[in-house]
Design a protein around this ligand. Structure first.
Ligand SMILES: Nc1ncnc2c1ncn2[C@@H]1O[C@H](COP(=O)(O)OP(=O)(O)OP(=O)(O)O)[C@@H](O)[C@H]1O
Ligand SMILES: [Mg+2]
Length: 299
């Protein structure tokens, strides 16, 4: 075995079905209201570059709480992120890090509080697919690339699905999009692997490809949940370089338990515990904080 996957008709069929299902799901969620009209404001702010950051914040959470069966997973959480910032979030298991991302991306609705994207976009008024369209990209821990498609096709598909299924039927990459695709391939270090099936990539390469798929949509804000979990040391180092290269062009919110990685990429580190901010500052500052040592780092 050389590690490459044989493309049986079954696998091809499965791949095609997954793509169809994903396209159909995206078509359903492309901003139509129940009555068939467009959600007010949705089409208006759909264009990238329109997030109002005049108050110096790309993301603003204030006094946000959510309970699951009486348990406060997020407890009066307040947090804000500057445009172009790379913010690291650390904290013990169950602190509410993933739940916070669920709230920002519209997967979970908070019981109370305020969540704004820029100064004017109240994220609590939007659905999960609409929030993605607004320019908030999310990377889950497990890579979810289309294994039966090539690296190129995965990136191309990310652009198509973002534009909506109707556009995708007549979709051809224009020269600006081809340039973007080439640029993203360089950024994620997969230029030499462009024709490979995604299923044959290493775990780390699949993670980079998924980040590349998000980048094709040119998100303003990227949320990354434990991006280097399961990576080799070398892959982790390259991911740190990748994130540092994205900083400034995009705002990033990175949740990680790998302190070496956090040390390489971080400016401000926010420590979450029991659904709220326990401490915030440079990594050295929070590492020296007795409360942080007590609940997390000292274990
Ligand atoms: N949909 C849900 N229903 C019920 N409980 C939930 C739900 N989502 C999260 N929780 C609970 O909320 C708490 C916070 O979970 P969360 O996954 O946000 O923690 P985390 O900080 O991401 O932890 P880890 O570092 O282990 O990933 C946990 O106690 C979890 O069991
Ligand atoms: Mg988590």
């Amino acid at each position: 075995m050389d590690g490459t996957q044989t493309m049986t008709p079954d696998l091809l069929e499965q791949g095609a079905q997954r793509v169809q299902a994903r396209l159909a799901a995206l078509a359903e969620s492309s901003g139509q209201t129940e009555s068939g009209g467009r959600a007010a404001g949705f089409s208006r702010i759909n264009t990238p570059g329109e997030v109002d950051v005049t108050h110096g914040r790309i993301l603003y959470l204030d006094n946000v709480s959510v309970s699951f069966d009486g348990f406060k997973a997020i407890n009066a959480l307040s947090l804000d992120i500057a445009p172009g910032e790379l913010r690291c979030i650390i904290g013990p298991n169950g602190a509410g890090k993933t739940t916070m991302m669920d709230i920002i991306t519209g997967k979970t609705r908070p019981d109370s509080g305020t969540v704004f994207f820029g100064s004017t976009i109240d994220l609590l008024r939007y659905t999960e697919p609409q929030i993605a369209q607004l320019g908030i990209g999310r990377k889950f821990q497990k890579p979810t690339v289309f294994e039966q498609l090539t690296v190129f096709e995965n990136l191309e598909l990310a652009l198509k699905t973002h534009k909506g299924v109707r556009a995708s039927m007549f979709f051809r990459l224009d020269s600006a999009q081809s340039d973007r695709l080439a640029e993203v391939l360089d950024t994620i270090h997969l230029r030499d692997d462009v024709a490979r099936l995604a299923g044959t990539l290493s775990h780390g390469q699949k993670q980079w490809l998924e980040i590349g798929m998000l980048l094709m949509q040119d998100p303003k804000l990227l949320l990354l949940d434990e991006p280097v979990a399961g990576m080799t040391d070398e892959e982790t180092e390259r991911t740190a370089e990748l994130f540092l290269s994205l900083k400034g062009k995009h705002s990033l919110l990175v949740v990680e338990h790998d302190m070496g990685f956090i040390n390489t990429i971080s400016d401000i580190v926010t420590v979450l515990c029991d659904g709220a901010v326990l401490a915030q500052g440079s990594l050295a500052q929070v590492q020296a904080d007795a409360r942080v040592i007590d609940v997390y780092l000292g274990r």
